[in-house]
Ligand binder design. Structure first.
Ligand code: ADP
Ligand code: MG
Length: 361
């Protein structure tokens, strides 16, 4: 206990010195909690002090602090950068705001014996802003984003996956951060190898337990493109589920406008982009900007041209996807489908992912 207290004190000083207000408060709360029984007066004084603390401390530490203590599988972004300001559908926005509001009002909740939402599952088709949302939340809370890509961890650490995932969880249990479990659906994927199946089962159990009894100073966010492949018990365990709907015309118009596309063009382009991931929308605008610059043409012309090309691509892609869908329904493996359609395994996997996304979108 003494050792734990000593560690917490030290960590509190570090967070204070590095100027992270939210992390400082989280640490302080933890310390106050630890001391409640052994030194109730001091515990009370810490809580009171935290409540009076300013909401933002002066930053004088550099943004990127090397984290030698972080396990190899975690990617730590000390201060996440948004590729652009997100535009959320109403339901997503209200859920995300509720989440950040709870975490920003920790002390009020804590005084009433309550805790903010600790575990969140984001689900929806690919390219609609789930990863962006995790970044956004971390940034709003002033917490580092610690990303664990489940799919990559499973494929590159076969046999050691469970151990790696446990390490990542342990890290987030002691270091305040937003622990982001991306591509969570990879857990539900069937493997061909019997040995992997056993390992995967263990990993699922480790994660089930972690989500179930999530404690400590961090917020856990998981993201998945297809919820059906997840263990149903897993879904129920998250305190908050946020569903990202397939992009609507209105949202696309707003994103185009936010990217400085003139209003009338935004409105006329949106129907052509409907049904596509939002990542296509942002990529299209970037492409058009480059093209306007390099081919010396008007930005709006370049944008229309790129949109036209995208639509043509879509038809050939759609044709292939239709075949992938058929062959998959016929029970063929991704490798077999790739061979048949003379395309790559990765392309088939991406098609399948998109098909699944559509089914659930
Ligand atoms: N709601 C949004 N508002 C603005 N841009 C978005 C939004 N959602 C996605 N994008 C664009 O698409 C890109 C990919 O989104 P991402 O968060 O990776 O999707 P997902 O994780 O759902 O697959 C983002 O980097 C951004 O450019
Ligand atoms: Mg993502």
């Amino acid at each position: 206990m003494k050792e734990e207290l000593r560690k917490e004190w030290f960590a509190l000083m570090q967070e204070g010195a590095s100027g992270h207000a939210t992390r400082f408060k989280l640490r302080g709360m933890r310390l106050a909690q630890l001391m409640r029984k052994i030194a109730p007066d001091l515990s009370e004084a810490i809580s009171a002090g935290l409540n009076a603390a300013p909401s933002s401390l002066t930053r004088f530490a550099p943004n990127v602090v090397p984290r030698s203590d972080a396990p190899e599988v975690l990617i730590i972004e000390e201060r996440p950068v948004l590729p652009q300001e997100p535009i959320w559908p109403d339901m997503v926005e209200s859920n995300l705001h509720r989440l950040t509001a709870e975490w920003s009002s920790l002390s009020i909740l804590q005084e009433a014996g309550l805790l903010p939402v600790r575990t969140v599952l984001l689900h929806g088709p690919p390219g609609v802003g789930k990863t962006l949302a995790a970044r956004w939340v971390a940034l709003k809370l002033g917490l580092p984003l610690a990303t664990l890509n489940i799919s990559a961890t499973i494929s590159s650490y076969l046999g050691k996956t469970g151990q790696n995932i446990t390490q990542a969880i342990e890290y987030a249990r002691t270091t305040p951060c937003v622990l982001f479990l991306d591509e969570f659906d990879a857990l539900g994927k069937r493997r061909d190898d019997q040995q992997d199946v056993g390992e995967l089962k263990r990993v699922v159990n480790v994660l089930l337990q972690a989500v179930d009894s999530w404690s400590g100073p961090s917020l856990l966010i998981a993201a998945t493109n297809f919820e059906d492949l997840l263990d149903p018990a897993m879904l129920r365990r998250f305190e908050l589920n946020i569903r990202f709907p397939a992009p609507a015309r209105d949202q696309i118009v707003q994103i185009l406008r936010a990217l400085d596309v003139p209003s009338p063009l935004s409105t006329s382009l949106a129907p052509k982009l409907e049904g596509r991931p939002l990542s296509d929308v942002t990529r299209l605008v970037t492409q058009a900007r480059k093209r306007a610059l390099l081919d010396c043409m008007n930005f709006t012309t370049a944008l229309q041209l790129c949109a036209q090309e995208l639509q043509q691509q879509k038809s050939s892609r759609q044709a292939r996807r239709e075949m992938v869908r058929l062959l998959h329904a016929d029970g063929q493996s991704a490798h077999q489908i790739a061979r048949q359609l003379r395309t790559t395994h990765t392309t088939v996997l991406r098609d399948l992912k998109e098909i699944q996304g559509e089914n659930h979108g």
